[in-house]
Design a protein around this ligand. Structure first.
Ligand code: FES
Length: 145
């Protein structure tokens, strides 16, 4: 049912924890399943993501996707990080069962929310970044899955 990579990131999640004085913090949840994910980003003066950490109160797939998402954004520019979709996270994990696709959306949204927080703190606008939602289940009907 789960790929080896999902199991690996669930059993040995990378980047668990918090970043003190993070450049940006994003928290999103899904009221339907009750899962919550928080991602912390440390972004340097050149707009490069130096460090990413997460805390997830959620299912195994949510833990695995947060772990993979934080791995993927490290070393990336803000624009590159924006392009990391839930699909990219799923592909990096060799897929997720259909009922678990929404878990990967939490990871995408939590990254966006952290970038939004960073932009707010620094009074900048990030092209293509939409204001985050705190409960992604409100938007589920608009998504096709
Ligand atoms: Fe909701 Fe996994 S069951 S995030």
């Amino acid at each position: 049912m789960y790929s080896e990579k999902v199991m690996d990131h669930f059993n040995n999640p990378r980047n668990v924890g918090e970043i003190e004085d993070a450049s940006g913090v994003g928290t999103v949840g899904n009221a339907k399943c009750g899962d919550i994910m928080r991602i912390y980003l440390d972004i340097d003066d050149n707009g490069i993501i130096k460090e990413a950490k997460f805390k997830t109160f959620g299912c195994g797939a949510a833990v695995a996707t947060s772990s993979m998402a934080t791995e993927l954004v490290k070393g990336k520019t803000i624009q590159e990080a924006l392009e990391i979709t839930n699909k990219a996270v799923m592909e990096a994990l060799d897929g997720l069962p259909p009922v678990k696709v929404h878990c990967s959306l939490l990871a995408e949204e939590a990254i966006h929310a952290a970038l939004w927080d960073y932009a707010q703190k620094n009074n900048i606008e990030i092209e293509g970044l939409e204001p985050p939602v705190s409960d992604i289940s409100e938007h589920e009907e608009e998504e096709n899955y």
